[in-house]
Design a protein around this ligand. Structure first.
Ligand SMILES: Cc1cc2nc3c(=O)[nH]c(=O)nc-3n(C[C@H](O)[C@H](O)[C@H](O)COP(=O)(O)OP(=O)(O)OC[C@H]3O[C@@H](n4cnc5c(N)ncnc54)[C@H](O)[C@@H]3O)c2cc1C
Length: 304
């Protein structure tokens, strides 16, 4: 039986873990992604954060690194499990049951800090594209790309980073982007002569052999001309779409309805951060941090 389970490793879930550790509360934090930090790491890691009281101007990534360091200072408090998504929360006679993608847990209290929800990769929009084993939406390592033909779709920083990473192991990297201008920092790849840049193109058709895509048909959005590009791996980096889950809890607006103690319609289950719904809710960091304090103060009364 855990004392507290925190669902979501964004800034507000991490801050709740820091506060719980300070109060000697033991439990777990589940983050569905492999990266902690929520929107700050998924959407704007390099952006400056200027509006958190008492914290000097910092980038989103630095702020998350700071929070993670604080959580990890305490070894026997809140233990973080990444890549474990919470699927269900249910009240049982023995406590609150949390079902994840890996196991089932029992806890006295829960904090939901799932923000905008889990992020799923934005697809190209071509029929059956996610059925083929060589169309991929993330690039974690490049070893399997040695001397392969790699095609990368997208114009943001991570698409450019992927192109740079791939160019370390193969001379056949093409980056395809629908605009002539890149949203990301083009200097990342500017000096790398082995990377081919194709703009302004969009993918329109797949050429398939069995479970493998062998080529992509591209359309030049300026001239409407078509051409094919062959490849061994096709990486799509069109960003992510958030998918919220409210675990069947009562809703208010676009959040889970909470009372003044941040408790949801299920006793012992609290909601804080962007997922919390109450009149006048602001989806910003500072209110979320205050909500974490309120929830932890209430949780202490319930478990100690
Ligand atoms: C472009 C942009 C710029 C912004 N700039 C600022 C700013 O300068 N200052 C400011 O105050 N606010 C800013 N915000 C708002 C701020 O980012 C949010 O208020 C903040 O991220 C909310 O934090 P959170 O922890 O509640 O949710 P999130 O950051 O959304 O984190 C939720 C986490 O929960 C995880 N999760 C979701 N579902 C599950 C599940 N079922 N199981 C396990 N894990 C799950 C997700 O993977 C995610 O990591 C900005 C927002 C955007 C989009």
């Amino acid at each position: 039986m855990h004392e507290l389970i925190i669902v979501g490793g964004g800034p507000i879930g991490l801050y709740a873990a820091i506060l719980a550790n300070k109060k000697g509360i033991k439990g777990l934090l589940f983050e569905s992604s492999e990266v902690l930090g929520g929107q700050l790491m998924e959407l704007y890691p390099e952006k400056e954060i200027v509006d958190i009281p008492e914290i000097p101007m910092t980038t989103a990534k630095d702020y998350i690194d700071h929070l993670i360091m604080q959580v990890n200072k305490v070894k026997d408090g809140i233990v973080i499990h990444t890549q474990e998504k919470v699927l269900g929360i249910a009240s049982r006679k023995t406590g609150i049951e949390i079902k994840t993608t890996k196991d089932t847990y029992l806890t006295k209290t829960v904090i939901i800090a799932t923000g905008l929800g889990v992020y799923v990769p934005r697809k190209m929009g071509l029929p059956d594209e996610d059925k083929y084993s060589n169309i991929l939406y993330s690039l974690k390592s490049v070893n399997h790309l040695r001397d392969k033909r790699v095609v990368i779709m997208g114009g943001g920083d991570s698409a450019l980073d992927w192109a740079k990473m791939s160019s370390r192991v193969t001379k056949h990297v093409t980056i395809v982007h629908r605009r002539n201008e890149f949203r990301g920092d083009y200097k990342t790849i500017q000096e790398i002569s082995t990377i081919t840049v194709k703009t302004p193109f969009i993918p329109v058709t797949l050429a398939v052999e069995g479970s493998i895509v062998t080529a992509l048909e591209l359309e030049n959005v300026a001239t409407s001309e078509h051409e094919w590009i062959k490849g061994d791996f096709f990486f799509v980096n069109y960003g992510h779409i958030p998918m919220s889950d409210f675990f069947g809890l009562e809703r208010l607006g676009i959040g889970a309805k909470v009372d003044e103690k941040m408790m949801t319609s299920l006793p012992g289950v609290f909601a804080i951060g962007d997922v919390a719904g109450y009149q006048g809710k602001l989806k910003r960091l500072a209110p979320g941090l205050t909500e974490a304090k309120i929830a932890i103060n209430e949780i202490i009364k319930r478990i100690k």
